[in-house]
Ligand binder design. Structure first.
Ligand SMILES: CC(C)(COP(=O)(O)OP(=O)(O)OC[C@H]1O[C@@H](n2cnc3c(N)ncnc32)[C@H](O)[C@@H]1OP(=O)(O)O)[C@@H](O)C(=O)NCCC(=O)NCCS
Length: 164
């Protein structure tokens, strides 16, 4: 199977992916709101002959160490008919490489440790942060030595406040 990853703000594709994956539009709305607010820093769509998956990242501010360049991975989805074929992993690995090359120090995600652990995300590192999502599903990945020292309160992009 050939998968192409594209930097994309093709809303029709993004909307279709999230509605198919989650049965609702909240995650697609999150991406659009982040884009409208200027908080979307990476939006990648995986295509086969049709849109198969999407991943997005937004800015995260660390109040006590603003010099740490941090971001949030959310949302991520692969449509059901394309799952279990490594597309999710391709989206995560490719985007993390882009962020590392772009000088990012830290990535935070809320999700299943069984899934995100394979990419190096660790709940222990996230325990040092103070977020609205604290708990066992919050994980962090340091992309640099500076990222390993992340701690304290953070601010997510405004669009997250509209999710429930
Ligand atoms: C999670 C998701 C993006 C994975 O996409 P994918 O292309 O199937 O992923 P990959 O092929 O790279 O990896 C498949 C692995 O993910 C695991 N996985 C899938 N969904 C999972 C979940 N909700 N929790 C834990 N593990 C999950 C599978 O069990 C499989 O594990 P294995 O490699 O040990 O067999 C996709 O299943 C999805 O869109 N799910 C619904 C939306 C969602 O839950 N998104 C947020 C993720 S927290």
């Amino acid at each position: 199977m050939t998968i192409h990853l594209k930097d994309s703000a093709d809303w029709q594709a993004i909307y279709a992916i999230y509605v198919e994956a989650f049965g609702q539009s909240a995650e697609a709305d999150l991406v659009r709101n982040m884009q409208n607010d200027g908080d979307l820093l990476l939006s990648l769509t995986a295509y086969n002959d049709q849109p198969a998956g999407h991943i997005a990242y937004s800015h995260l501010r660390l109040h006590e160490i603003p010099s740490i360049k941090a971001c949030v991975l959310a949302p991520l989805a692969v449509v059901p008919s394309f799952r279990q074929q490594g597309i999710g992993a391709q989206l995560v690995r490719h985007s993390l490489e882009r962020l590392r090359n772009g000088g990012y120090d830290l990535v935070v995600v809320l999700g299943e440790p069984h899934y995100y652990g394979r990419f190096g995300f660790d709940p222990k590192l996230a325990e040092k942060l103070k977020t609205p999502y604290d708990g066992p599903y919050l994980q962090a990945l340091a992309l640099s030595d500076q990222g390993k020292g992340a701690h304290g309160p953070v601010s997510y992009a405004r669009a997250f406040a509209e999710l429930n």
